[in-house]
Design a protein. Structure first.
Length: 640
C-alpha cells in the first residue's frame, strides 16, 4: 500500500525542519559509543567499584570485559498499582540474560507518581516536571558507563516519556521497554463516571463514591481506561520499543513473565557486541515519531502526548509541533472506542484484536511507515502480531493479529472507522494556540459561543459551582495553570461539574493553559493554551463577560472583543506564592523558571547542538571514534 500523501508530506517537513538538530544528535550518539563493551573504558578501580557486590559468576563475566551488561532501570513502588508488579522483574531479567551469556545489573530507580492520587492536591503541581526528573534519574543510573543496553520498567503518565527521554540521551545504547500490563476489569467505566457525577451533584456521599472508585481500581496493574498510561503503552508498541503485543497482558500471569524474560534476552542480543546492534537513538527517528502521532490519533489517545511526544522527539533532535498533529488528525481515522471515548476498557480492546490489529490496519491503509527499525531489527509489520505462550507454557510465540475485529463496537477496520478523523484538533486565534480532543465530544457541542467567566484556580471554579452560580451558558477561562505558573496540573476536578451543566442543557466549555489529559471527555475543552500568561500569553487579557468563541470545526479560539479595547488592556496578575512552596514544590522552582512553552513539550532541556570541536566529518573524536553525520552513515557501517 502506497503511503498516504499527507503522511509523506508531514514526515518530509519534519525531516527537513529537524536536519540541524538531528544531525547534531546523531554525532553525539556516535561519539558516545566505544569499541567493545562500554565498561572497557573504565579504569580498574572504577570497574571494581562497579561489580564489587555482584555474585561470583556474574562478577567474572563483568571482569572479563567481553560480554554485554544490561542495565535495569525501574519505576517500581508498591503504592501504585501499575508499578507494583515490577517488584519481581529484576530477578526474572537477570536470570533470562544469563541464558544468552550476558549479565544484568539493577542500575537505578526512577520516581513514579500517579495523577490519580495527586488529583486536585498540591502534589499535582510536581507531576509534569516529574517527567524531566525521571529522565534525569535514568541518566544518573546510566552515567556509570557500565552498560551496553538497558531495559526500562515503566507504565504510567510521566514515567514512560521520562524514561524514554533519558534513554535517548544515552542513544548509543539499545533500549527495550517492559510494561506491567493492566489490572483486570472491575466496575465499568460508565458506572464509575455516573457515581462521580452524582457525587458532584451532592446526590451520593463520600462513602458511595469511595466504594465505586475502589471497585474500579481494585488490583495490581494499570488503570483500565484509555488515559495517558495506556496511551503510553500503545505508543511504545507502534514505535517498536516493546516486544509485539506486550502492552495489555495482565500482571502476574505466565505470559506476562515470559514476555519479560524475552524482552530481557532481546536487550542483550541487540547490544553492540552482536551483529544486531540497535541503538535506541536510531530506532527512534522522524518516521517512528510520526507513527506514534498516528497511533495516538487513531485510538483517541491522551492529549498529554501533545506535550510528551514533542519532548521525546526533541531528545532525539527531532522537531515537531501541533500543526503536525492537526494535519495528520484530519486524515487518520478513529479505529477504537475505549473509555473515555466509549464504554470499553483496554482489556476489552485487547480481546477484540488489540495493538497488532491497529498496526496492521494502519499499515494497510498507508498511514504508518513500515520502513522503520524496531527492537526486532525488522520493519513495523512484524509488530502486527499477538503473543501466546509457547510449548509447555514456556517462551513466547507470535501469531498474526486477527483479520476481523472481535467486537466492532470497540475496534474497527480502517475502511469502516468510527470517525474519518483522529478527533484531535488545533484551535487558534487571539487567545493563542491550544489542543482540543473531540473524539468523545458530540458534534452539537463542538462549537460554543458564550460569555467568559474567569477563574485563577480550580478551587475558585468549584466554589462557584457549589454555590449555584454557574447554572448558565459560559466559557470557563481557567488561567495561571501553565508550567511556569504552577507546573501545569491536570484539572479533572472540573470534569464532573462541567458534564453536569452540559447534561442540564447549558452550553459550556473550558479554555485553560492547564491540562486535562487522557481522561478528558464529553465537554469541549481547549487546553494547553500556549503561550501561557507568564510567557506573554493573551489569556491574561480576558475579562468576565467577554464573548469567547471556541469552535473545533473551524479551529477557532477567539475573544470577540473590539481590537482597540483588547490592545488597551493590561495583563492580569495573580498571587502565585501559594504554589511555590509546600509538598516539595520549592524543589521544582528550577523547572518553572526554565521550562519552554507547551507546544515545544514543556521541557527544561535544549535541542541537541553540534559537538564543540573542530573535527571534520570523518575525523576522530577525542576518544578515537569516527564521527558520522547521518543515519545513512550509520547504516553503511552496520551493513559493513
Amino acid at each position: 500500500m502506497a503511503l498516504h500523501p499527507v503522511l509523506e508530506r508531514v514526515t518530509a517537513r519534519i525531516i527537513e525542519r529537524s536536519k540541524p538538530s538531528r544531525g547534531a544528535y546523531l554525532a553525539h550518539l556516535e561519539a558516545a559509543r566505544i569499541k567493545g563493551v562500554q565498561r572497557g573504558a573504565l579504569s580498574c578501580t572504577n570497574l571494581a567499584h562497579g561489580f564489587a557486590a555482584f555474585p561470583a559468576n556474574d562478577k567474572l563475566v563483568l571482569k572479563e570485559v567481553k560480554k554485554p551488561s544490561v542495565a535495569i532501570i525501574s519505576s517500581y513502588n508498591d503504592m501504585l498499582s501499575a508499578h507494583q508488579p515490577f517488584e519481581g522483574y529484576p530477578q526474572l531479567i537477570k536470570d533470562a540474560v544469563r541464558e544468552v551469556g550476558a549479565v544484568a545489573q539493577f542500575a537505578g530507580g526512577a520516581p513514579a507518581m500517579c495523577d490519580g492520587v495527586t488529583q486536585g492536591q498540591p502534589g499535582m503541581e510536581l507531576s509534569l516536571f516529574s517527567r524531566d526528573a525521571i529522565a534525569m534519574a535514568a541518566a544518573v543510573a546510566l552515567s556509570h558507563n557500565m552498560f551496553d543496553s538497558a531495559v526500562y520498567l515503566g507504565v504510567c503518565d510521566k514515567i514512560v516519556p521520562g524514561l524514554l527521554i533519558g534513554a535517548l540521551h544515552f542513544g548509543h545504547l539499545p533500549a527495550v521497554f517492559v510494561p506491567a500490563g493492566p489490572m483486570t476489569t472491575g466496575l465499568s467505566n460508565s458506572e464509575k463516571a455516573k457515581v462521580r457525577q452524582l457525587y458532584a451533584q451532592g446526590k451520593v456521599g463520600r462513602e458511595e463514591l469511595l466504594e465505586g472508585e475502589a471497585k474500579s481500581y481494585h488490583g495490581a496493574g494499570t488503570c483500565t481506561f484509555y488515559g495517558t498510561a495506556n496511551s503510553n503503552q500503545m505508543l511504545m508498541e507502534v514505535m517498536g520499543l516493546h516486544l509485539p503485543g506486550a502492552a495489555f497482558i495482565s500482571p502476574n500471569t505466565p505470559l506476562r513473565d515470559e514476555l519479560t524474560k524475552a524482552a530481557a534476552r532481546r536487550a542483550a542480543v541487540i547490544s553492540a557486541q552482536s551483529d544486531e546492534y540497535l541503538p535506541v537513538g536510531h530506532v527512534v527517528d522522524e518516521k517512528s515519531i510520526v507513527n506514534a502521532i498516528v497511533a495516538l490519533l487513531c485510538t483517541g489517545g491522551s492529549t498529554n502526548h501533545t506535550l510528551h511526544l514533542p519532548a521525546i522527539a526533541k531528545a532525539a533532535g527531532i522537531v515537531i509541533d501541533w500543526n503536525d498533529f492537526d494535519e495528520l488528525s484530519r486524515v487518520v481515522p478513529l479505529l477504537t472506542r475505549i473509555y473515555p471515548n466509549g464504554d470499553a476498557d483496554v482489556n476489552h480492546f485487547h480481546a477484540a484484536g488489540g495493538t497488532g490489529f491497529v498496526i496492521r490496519e494502519l499499515l494497510d491503509a498507508g498511514l504508518l511507515h513500515d520502513d522503520v527499525t524496531t527492537i526486532l531489527g525488522k520493519g513495523l509489520r512484524a509488530h502486527a502480531a499477538e503473543p501466546f505462550l509457547g510449548a509447555d507454557g514456556k517462551g513466547v510465540v507470535w501469531k498474526d493479529a486477527p483479520l476481523e475485529s472481535g467486537d466492532e463496537k470497540v475496534l474497527r477496520k480502517a475502511g469502516v472507522p468510527f470517525s474519518a478523523d483522529g478527533g484531535m484538533v488545533l484551535v487558534k486565534g487571539n487567545l493563542g494556540r491550544a489542543v482540543m480532543k473531540v473524539s468523545a465530544v458530540k458534534p452539537e457541542h463542538r462549537t460554543v459561543e458564550a460569555p467568559a467567566l474567569v477563574f485563577n484556580s480550580q478551587e475558585d471554579f468549584m466554589a462557584a459551582y457549589k454555590a449555584g452560580k454557574l447554572d448558565r451558558d459560559f466559557v470557563a477561562v481557567l488561567r495561571f495553570q501553565g508550567p511556569r505558573a504552577n507546573g501545569m496540573p491536570e484539572l479533572h476536578a472540573l470534569t464532573p461539574a462541567l458534564a453536569n451543566l452540559q447534561d442540564a442543557g447549558r452550553h459550556v466549555a473550558l479554555v485553560t493553559d492547564g491540562r486535562m489529559s487522557g481522561a478528558s471527555g464529553k465537554v469541549p475543552a481547549a487546553i494547553h493554551v500556549s503561550p501561557e500568561i507568564l510567557a506573554g500569553g493573551p489569556l491574561g487579557l480576558v475579562r468576565d463577560g467577554d464573548i469567547i468563541r471556541l469552535c473545533a470545526n473551524a479551529g477557532t479560539l477567539e475573544a470577540l472583543v473590539d481590537s482597540a479595547v483588547w490592545h488597551a488592556r493590561s495583563m492580569a496578575s495573580a498571587d502565585l506564592s501559594p504554589n511555590q512552596v509546600g509538598m516539595g514544590r520549592e524543589l521544582f522552582s528550577m523547572f518553572r523558571n526554565s521550562v519552554c512553552e507547551a507546544e515545544k513539550g514543556a521541557t527544561t532541556f535544549p535541542l541537541p547542538s553540534p559537538i564543540p570541536t573542530t573535527v571534520g566529518l570523518h575525523d576522530k573524536d577525542p576518544v578515537g571514534n569516527t564521527v558520522p553525520g547521518s543515519d545513512e552513515d550509520y547504516s553503511m557501517k552496520k551493513d559493513a
